[in-house]
Design a protein around this ligand. Structure first.
Ligand code: ADE
Length: 406
């Protein structure tokens, strides 16, 4: 743990998050969270630290835990604690510690929660089901799937906002963020070349699209696997080969999962994989590549690099990166700061919306208000130094007409 290093990481992230900086300046003046308690379960690294401090500067009392046992940056934890932030997270924490830390967040009795993946929200529907909460935000696809299941079954207890599906979140974070940071994680973990390799990308959602695009950019021959026929056609027309996982597996040098589904890679796939095949997961949970199956069929296992476990299966060496946890944060540094700038500006502004409107919100999953998405887009464009055209009055009128020639 190196606190000074953590401070520098926070400073670097802050410098590269101009939209959040504008939000922070307004929050410092208006204090929209005066006396409001915000409980957060996010990946505890520099960009998240900037979000937590932004909320605190807006008057909130904040507690922060990790949403994944392997994604914490201990230097940043030390720097945040030094700045007076209540942080409960440690890299390589056990499952027990992970839940202990989530409990610590809930023990503050938060008014608002900010969750990534849904574990904090789930605790509020099981062990902490009597605790009152105004509402919360969910950051990621997996968490939103869980929320929608709760809503459908009628068990959701308080309003939740689907931050993931805001345009200024998923179009950039899921695609360009995951695309870049997954490569960062794989390259850091392995120090191997991508060019000339066959890379299988499982799932062609926004994350899979980003990974496939960037892998191709690095010179890989990319195969996409899908279960959705529309996305499969899209992948094909984007120029990728598309086939079943079993057929893809025999050709793969790298396999990257980004599906949100469990057991995407299982025993039958490991048995046909090539000697030396490398498996990485970019999805939220560590169940996309079945470590259980790998452990069951492996003759031996050993750690060969910090983030690489070697399993010998039928005499072949198969490698699992970062214990199958999301590789962009386990071995990489998470999404670039300029990307998290947009996602976390949406988070901060939606939390403010909950603080101001919680008395009239219903118990359901809400989209992020359009105004917030638009505001973040305008601020980002300005920060990027880009000016765009506007419709003139005649064009605005034309856009509202329905009759030809008017
Ligand atoms: N940094 C903080 N949260 C992150 C996320 N959900 N994905 C990637 N990097 C992050």
């Amino acid at each position: 743990m190196n606190m000074e290093e953590g401070k520098l990481k926070l400073e670097w992230a802050r410098e590269h998050m101009p939209v959040l900086k504008e939000v922070r300046h307004r929050f410092m003046q208006e204090k929209p969270f005066d006396e409001v308690k915000i409980g957060m379960a996010l990946h505890v690294e520099a960009k998240t630290g900037v979000l937590a401090m932004t909320l605190a500067e807006g008057g909130a009392k904040v507690r922060l835990a990790s949403c994944n046992p392997l994604s914490t940056d201990d230097d940043v934890v030390a720097a945040l604690r030094d700045a007076g932030m209540e942080v409960y997270a440690r890299k390589w924490e056990s499952r027990e510690e992970y839940y202990e830390n989530l409990y610590q967040v809930l023990e503050m009795k938060p008014d608002i929660i900010i969750d990534d993946g849904g574990d904090l929200t789930t605790l509020l529907h099981t062990e902490y089901r009597d605790m009152e909460v105004w509402g919360g935000n969910e950051e990621t696809t997996t968490g939103v799937i869980r929320l929608r299941n709760m809503e459908r079954r009628g068990i959701l207890r308080f309003p939740m906002f689907d931050v993931n599906d805001a345009k200024m979140k998923h179009l950039f974070d899921n695609r360009y963020g995951t695309g870049q940071s997954t490569l960062d994680g794989i390259m850091t973990a392995t120090n191997l070349v991508i060019a000339g390799k066959t890379v299988v990308v499982a799932g062609y959602g926004w994350c899979g699209r980003g990974i496939a695009m960037r892998m191709r950019g690095m010179g890989a021959d990319v195969i996409v696997t899908e279960i959705d026929p529309v996305k499969a056609i899209e992948a094909r027309m984007d120029g990728f080969r598309v086939m079943k996982m079993l057929d893809a597996m025999v050709q793969a040098d790298f396999v990257v999962t980004a599906t949100g589904m469990k057991d995407v890679i299982r025993e039958e796939h490991f048995l046909v994989a090539k000697d030396g095949c490398i498996f990485a997961n970019a999805g939220h949970f560590d169940n996309e590549v079945s470590r259980e199956d790998l452990e069951k069929i492996a003759e031996s296992k050993r750690k060969v690099r910090r983030y690489v476990d070697e399993y010998v299966v039928n005499g072949k060496k198969l490698y699992l990166l970062g214990e199958g946890r999301l590789i962009n944060l386990a071995a990489g540094q998470g999404h670039p700061a300029e990307i998290m700038d947009m996602s976390f500006a949406i988070q901060a502004l939606t939390a403010e919306y909950i603080a101001k409107n919680h008395e009239t919100l219903e118990t359901k999953v809400y989209p992020v208000p359009r105004d917030i998405d638009d505001m973040v887009a305008r601020l980002k464009l300005k920060a990027m130094g880009i000016e765009i055209d506007q419709l003139n009055e005649v064009q605005k009128k034309y856009a509202e007409e329905w009759k030809e020639g008017t």
